[in-house]
Structures are given as C-alpha cells and as structure tokens.
Design a protein around this ligand. Structure first.
Ligand code: SF4
Ligand code: SF4
Length: 214
C-alpha cells in the first residue's frame, strides 16, 4: 500500500461529461486481469475482446510496460488492447457514445485522465493528465482521493503481475504467436473465462460512461 495521496484541485473537481472522445482516440491497453473481468462479465471469448497493436501502429516504445515480445525483433512486439471497431476505429464496446461494459471496463478507462506521481519520497499526488484536446470535462465534480487511491493500488498490483508474466514469456523464448501468448495467459480460446477473487474491483471510483442499463 502506498502513502495516501493528495489531489490537485483540478483533479478533485473533475467531472467527465461522457463525450466518448477518449474511447475513440486511443488504443486501450489491457492486462490479463482486465480481460478476465470483461470476458467473465460479457461471456465473450478472449479473441472477441482483444487484439495486439504493433509499435508502428501506435508509435509505441517497446521498452515501456505492456509490450509483449513476439520473436527476436522488437518491431514484432505487440501491445494487448481492446478490439477496435474496424468501421469506426473506436473501441468496439462504445455504442452510441456509451460504454457497454461499464461494470468491467478496464483500469485504463477507469483511471483516465488521472495520474499519480510522487513529488516526495513519502507523499503521492493525483493530478489530471488530459491526453486529448477534445476532453470537454466540467469543474463541478467531487472525486474521492481514497477511492481513486485504491484503484491506483489495484492497477499497480495487476500491472506488476502482468509484467511478470510477460517476463516469463520472454524467458521462454517469446514465440511469434499472439494466440499462443493468450493460451500462455491461461485463456481458453473456445470457452468461458472466469474472473478470480483477486480480479474483483475494490473500488467503484473512476470515470466511465455507463449505458442506461448499467
Ligand atoms: S470506457 Fe468503455 S467504451 Fe470507452 S474505451 Fe473503455 S471500454 Fe471502451
Ligand atoms: S474523460 Fe474527457 S474525453 Fe473522456 S468521456 Fe469524459 S469528458 Fe470525454
């Protein structure tokens, strides 16, 4: 558990207006824990949920977290992301500007546009990190720092666990087959996926655009 955070005033007053711009401008990278939650919640198979983006497509740095080696050439690395709709190039779960997997949306979605930094050794701070110019947020929100802290802690735990699995995959020789990687992560290619107790979201904080049914 990290030191309790403070929040910048802008971050505390942030309110998402639900425009959906951040669901249509980025590749949403996911961990295996994110994918288990989505598959368990929707009944979809892993092949219907994720795809792998190449460094050339997303102009990514393969040295950063989340990149999976597929063979010896770093250019063949892949970033596990939510599938995009080929017609609209938006997240496949965005419909009529609403999130259809609100309850199981990934950590990247819950935590956008916040970021936690460490201005001193024993203090942390949550601030806004707006990555899209089209984020028409309002300043009348009331975000709870404790709830967001919990989410950041869980995101750290799940990110570290996923990185450790990627490292094992690398040590095993990093075959150039993303489907094999999904099997290595223990996802059945045909069949349902169960979330584990550890996958449970411990906080209902975080941004999102629920559908009316959520
Ligand atoms: S909030 Fe929902 S619709 Fe938007 S990118 Fe995330 S999963 Fe997709
Ligand atoms: S975070 Fe910003 S860009 Fe994303 S849906 Fe909310 S207002 Fe729109």
């Amino acid at each position: 558990m990290n030191a309790p955070s403070s929040m910048t005033p802008e971050a505390k007053a942030f309110r998402c207006t639900g425009c959906g711009a951040c669901c249509s401008e980025f590749w949403i990278n996911v961990s295996d824990a994110d994918v288990r939650r989505i598959c368990a919640d929707t009944g979809l198979g892993v092949m219907e949920v994720v795809e792998f983006a190449s460094p050339a497509t997303v102009e990514g740095d393969v040295e950063e977290e989340g990149w999976v080696p597929f063979g010896p050439d770093p250019a063949d690395s892949g970033l596990m992301t939510l599938k995009t709709d080929p017609e609209t190039s938006t997240c496949r779960f965005l419909q009529d500007s609403l999130c259809t997997i609100y309850e199981s949306r990934p950590m990247a979605c819950r935590l956008y546009p916040w970021d936690r930094d460490y201005p001193t050794y024993d203090s942390s701070r949550i601030g806004l990190e707006i990555l899209t110019e089209e984020c028409p947020y309002e300043n009348d929100g009331d975000e709870g720092v404790d709830a967001l802290d919990e989410l950041f802690d869980q995101d750290d735990r799940e990110g570290d666990a996923y990185e450790a699995r990627i490292e094992t995959w690398r040590r095993l020789g990093a075959p150039d087959d993303p489907v094999l990687f999904l099997r290595f992560l223990r996802f059945p290619l045909n069949g349902s996926v169960k979330a584990t107790e550890d996958d449970a979201i411990t906080s209902d904080a975080g941004r999102g655009i629920p559908t009316a049914a959520s």
